[in-house]
Design a protein around this ligand. Structure first.
Ligand code: ATP
Length: 272
């Protein structure tokens, strides 16, 4: 049994560190609906952590708790060893947690490059006057931001569409641009909300490769929710399984696959 500060090396040679985020006894209600019931789990530095479950299980609600969009009525969130007080999403983003959305949330009329640049906003310290008149700090920040963004554009192989308005792109590429924008924030934890939803097989393979590469190359910790079981089992180091707002499984893909509660609640339904 690992302690919170222990690290280990995976079969494919990646080092997974100690616990970076801990959700403790989280309960979230919407009026009379209990979307999350007393759930605890943790996320380790450098791991790919999936949250799965049937429709309405509470996955999106959980992702929204992690990203600060919802503050739970009960329970605590610990980030980097400290209790995180109730926060607005932009404050959580400033702490190094970036996300993508299930329904793509890009500026359709803006180019790929400009969309990705918006991911750098939390890194800007220049004030409005400096930005308006292009002086000193604003100019230096712009150069530094461009460097980060250019690296991500190369990494995600989207050089050829950098000047294309996002609205003209096919779905799979839009999802890749959204990933690029989230990465532009240089997050410690990247939250992916159904990154493969609506994709064809080839697009899913591309996205899986990019998620693995991001984790490997930048050491980014990744938490994702996803419906596609095959994808989740291939990508993840550990998986939390939710059903009707409760946690019914938590472990490696193999452990989860062999968990009878999970088979009954989800895998069984999906594969019968
Ligand atoms: N803003 C909200 N207001 C009221 N009820 C909500 C709200 N968001 C979620 N719920 C309810 O909470 C429960 C969990 O929903 P949630 O969207 O988190 O599940 P999910 O596992 O992400 O589902 P799906 O896979 O269908 O996206 C559901 O019963 C849902 O109807």
């Amino acid at each position: 049994m690992l302690d919170a500060s222990d690290s280990y090396v995976t079969e494919d040679g990646r080092t997974i560190g100690g616990v970076v985020m801990e959700m403790k006894n989280i309960t979230l209600r919407f009026g009379g609906v209990v979307a999350i019931k007393d759930i605890s789990f943790d996320i380790r530095q450098g791991e790919i952590r999936a949250i799965i479950g049937p429709n309405g299980a509470g996955k999106s609600s959980m992702l929204n708790v992690i990203s600060g969009f919802y503050n739970p009525q009960e329970g605590q969130v610990f980030y980097k060893g400290k209790l995180r007080p109730s926060m607005r999403p932009y404050q959580v983003a400033r702490q190094g947690i970036a996300r993508t959305f299930q329904n793509i949330a890009l500026f359709e009329g803006m180019t790929v490059l400009d969309n990705i640049m918006t991911g750098r906003l939390h890194h800007s310290k220049a004030n409005l006057f400096e930005q308006a008149f292009w002086k000193g700090r604003a100019e230096r920040e712009e150069v530094a931001n461009r460097e980060v963004v250019e690296k991500i554009i190369d990494f995600l192989e989207i050089q050829t569409i950098r000047k294309t308005p996002v609205g003209r792109l096919p779905y799979g590429l839009k999802k890749r641009v959204e990933l690029a924008r989230a990465l532009a924030a240089e997050p410690s934890i990247l939250l992916l909300d159904e990154p493969m939803a609506g994709m064809n097989v080839e697009e899913k393979e591309d996205m899986s490769r990019f998620i693995l590469d991001v984790n490997d190359e930048f050491g980014t910790t990744i938490a994702l929710i996803e419906h596609d079981m095959g994808v989740v089992m291939d990508l993840s180091d550990r998986v939390v399984v939710m059903d009707y707002g409760k946690k019914i499984g938590d472990g490696t893909p193999d452990e989860v696959r062999n968990n009878q509660d999970v088979i009954d609640a989800y895998l069984g339904v999906a594969h019968d």
